[in-house]
Design a protein around this ligand. Structure first.
Ligand SMILES: NC(=O)c1ccc[n+]([C@@H]2O[C@H](COP(=O)([O-])OP(=O)(O)OC[C@H]3O[C@@H](n4cnc5c(N)ncnc54)[C@H](OP(=O)(O)O)[C@@H]3O)[C@@H](O)[C@H]2O)c1
Length: 277
């Protein structure tokens, strides 16, 4: 994590996101496993998986709070309020609470944590599992707390700082985004097979194509449209394919898909806010 100021990190939740976070924190190398504590509600299998990483595991939130000065909330939004209430009696004023729960605003979290001031929200994605998350951190709040949360989450992958109001858009773009890319990969493999390639060959070529294209977009310093022009010579095969994708309005479909996800994120947040008010 590279954050010498942090004595210990406590993670509430031992599910998919927590496991990804733990792997990222440990791979980041800045914090030894003995300085990480994980609590869940009682699922021994998941707690056992966390224990295999060498971290301290417990179901006692007081224990987690005593061992840490940063607490990460990695539970489902529907469980987050119960967790906030359970944490209240154990939180010290110096605890920084970092929430990765979708749709639960920092104002609600602060209030439900007993007017706890130090809360930062963030949205990583499943790339966390291989330290390749696209993560957004909301920048409101104490600048020192935001920096500290960003340093912690940087062990999962690159960080973008955004206003909290944009976290629904982030959820729609990069939170759900891996699934959009998987859909394109799946469609390309099927198309390769339809054109006569063996499935394993179509899969290997498609996956390497996706990896190479993403790396070129990241590393070449060129925009995606410039990279596309480099391989789309007039009258050639790439142009023939791109024309079909444009005619079928792929840009509009992607635009509408992301918009739909963002609307859904907003609806979930509103339903949630109504339920707890
Ligand atoms: N998965 C993703 O790609 C992703 C990406 C970005 C953000 N997130 C966010 O990460 C959060 C967690 O998602 P997930 O996929 O990791 O969920 P998950 O796999 O269902 O895990 C949830 C964890 O929360 C624990 N928990 C529930 N209530 C608890 C309580 N009262 N006290 C202590 N632990 C409690 C559960 O413990 P038990 O198993 O013992 O019940 C479980 O370990 C969500 O808010 C989600 O929005 C997820």
């Amino acid at each position: 994590m590279g954050d010498e100021g942090t004595r210990g990190v406590g993670v509430i939740g031992a599910g998919a996101m927590a496991q990804a976070l733990l792997k990222g924190l440990l791979a980041g190398g800045g914090l030894p496993p003995q300085r990480i504590a994980v609590a869940n509600r009682g699922d021994r299998v998941r707690l056992g998986q966390a224990a295999e990483l060498g971290v301290h595991t417990t179901v006692d939130k007081g224990d987690v709070c005593r061992r840490s000065d940063v607490i990460v909330l990695a539970v489902k939004p529907r469980d987050a309020l119960e967790v906030c209430h359970q944490l209240r009696e154990h939180l010290r004023p110096d605890h920084l609470v970092v929430s990765v729960a979708a749709g639960l605003g920092s104002g609600v979290l602060r209030r439900e944590l007993g007017d706890h001031r130090r809360v930062v929200r963030a949205m990583p994605n499943t790339g966390s599992l291989i330290s390749a998350s696209a993560t957004a951190v909301a920048y409101e709040g104490d600048p020192g707390d935001v920096r500290r949360a960003a340093r912690l989450l940087a062990s999962l992958g690159p960080i973008e700082l955004v206003p909290e109001a944009q976290l629904d858009a982030v959820t729609a773009l990069s939170g759900s985004g891996p699934a959009y890319v998987y859909l394109l990969i799946e469609a390309m493999i099927a198309a390769g097979v339809a054109e006569g390639l063996p499935e394993d060959v179509a899969r290997a070529l498609t996956l390497q194509t996706a990896l190479g294209a993403a790396r070129m977009a990241c590393e070449s310093g060129l925009r995606p449209d410039e990279l596309s022009r480099q391989i789309a010579s007039p009258g050639g095969t790439t142009v023939a394919a791109l024309q079909v994708l444009e005619q079928r309005e792929i840009r509009l479909a992607v635009h509408d898909a992301v918009h739909s996800a963002r609307e859904r994120a907003r609806e979930i947040a509103e339903t949630f806010a109504r339920e707890i008010s």
